[in-house]
Design a protein around this ligand. Structure first.
Ligand code: IMP
Length: 194
């Protein structure tokens, strides 16, 4: 059976395998390395959606392949939705601990600690573009708690939980996260297509 090819614009082999398993027998999911794309695609957009679209469109235009790409980050109400698209290098460097400490510093004395993680996935399929969004709401803790996960996980506690993302197993977080919500929407859409 020849499956339609679909590129996930990521260098993360693990992420590609995971989604490939969910779409088994429907799509052959390839990552950037699989298609010989070693360019660090510039993320110069002003929103998660723009950055995701830049990545998916780069692949579709240059490799003539259907493709999806994701972009995520943390938005904090009291900081006018910062760090937002700058989440990965909020402190100026790509260092999780420094970024997280900068957030805690900026949040000192703030009563409103509401925040959310957001993921936007851009899919280019058959010359059309589709967007899928996942959001999870919660609050920023006073101090980092937990050792699991990455990024801002130790300071984000989702609504309805008394543990941060960093206190959850990867399986538990993957059931409720912004990325999981957006991916589920993408997968449901792709399953309808075949
Ligand atoms: P990306 O677009 O998925 O690479 O995410 C960009 C940045 O947002 C990451 O480098 C993290 O700083 C932050 N971020 C995104 N998703 C998460 C998450 O699930 N937990 C913690 N931090 C995240």
């Amino acid at each position: 059976m020849i499956l339609p090819e679909l590129v996930f614009a990521t260098n993360n082999k693990h992420k590609t395998e995971e989604i490939g398993k969910l779409l088994v027998n429907q799509y052959k999911v390839l990552n950037l390395k699989d298609i010989g794309c070693d360019v660090d695609i510039p993320e110069t957009g002003n929103s998660f959606a723009e950055n995701a679209e830049l990545k998916s469109s780069y692949v579709t235009e240059n490799f003539k392949l259907d493709c999806f790409a994701d972009d995520s980050g943390l938005e904090i109400d009291a900081l006018d939705n910062e760090p937002g698209i700058y989440s990965a290098r909020y402190s100026g460097v790509r260092d999780d601990l420094e970024n997280l400490n900068l957030v805690l510093k900026k949040m000192e004395g703030k009563a409103n600690r509401k925040a959310h993680f957001k993921t936007v996935i851009s899919l280019n399929q058959n010359n059309k573009n589709y967007l899928f969004e996942g959001v999870i709401y919660g609050h920023i803790t006073q101090t980092p708690i937990g050792d699991e996960g990455f990024g801002y996980d130790p300071i984000f506690m989702p609504i309805g939980y008394d543990r941060t993302f960093a206190q959850m197993s990867m399986t538990e977080k993957n059931e409720i996260s912004h990325r999981a919500i957006a991916m589920k929407k993408l997968i449901a859409f792709l399953k309808e297509q075949v």
